[in-house]
Ligand binder design. Structure first.
Ligand code: TYC
Length: 104
């Protein structure tokens, strides 16, 4: 029986917990490597992270020069799916590109 379903003699108990929880958000990063092409990373940023070309280029160069770059902030399942899609797409093309997620 859930927190909101407890009853006493026909009366519903007062709710003590917040009814809806805010989704926990996760940052998704791309990580640098020496083999993935810059064009492929830009394509990933445009197609998976919905970035405009100039922003995709900026993020790609951030990863290339700083080691990692923020691609977006998403609820857990969305972040997890994007990381998986990046890795699947990269492996299909023979690139070692990696993505990571961490709590916001
Ligand atoms: N360092 C790569 C190169 O010189 C380019 C690159 C950028 C790779 C971003 C991965 O996430 C990455 N070809």
């Amino acid at each position: 029986m859930g927190e909101t379903d407890k009853q006493t003699g026909g009366e519903v108990l007062e709710r003590t917990k917040q009814e809806t929880k805010k989704p926990e958000l996760f940052k998704v990063f791309l990580l640098n490597d020496d083999y993935t092409t810059m064009d492929f990373v830009i394509e990933i940023l445009e197609s998976i992270f919905n970035k405009a070309p100039a922003e995709a280029y900026r993020i790609m160069m951030m990863v290339h020069t700083q080691g990692k770059g923020l691609c977006g902030v998403y609820p857990f399942e969305v972040a997890e799916t994007k990381v998986g899609t990046v890795v699947d797409r990269a492996r299909e093309h023979g690139f070692p590109l990696r993505a990571a997620m961490e709590p916001e």
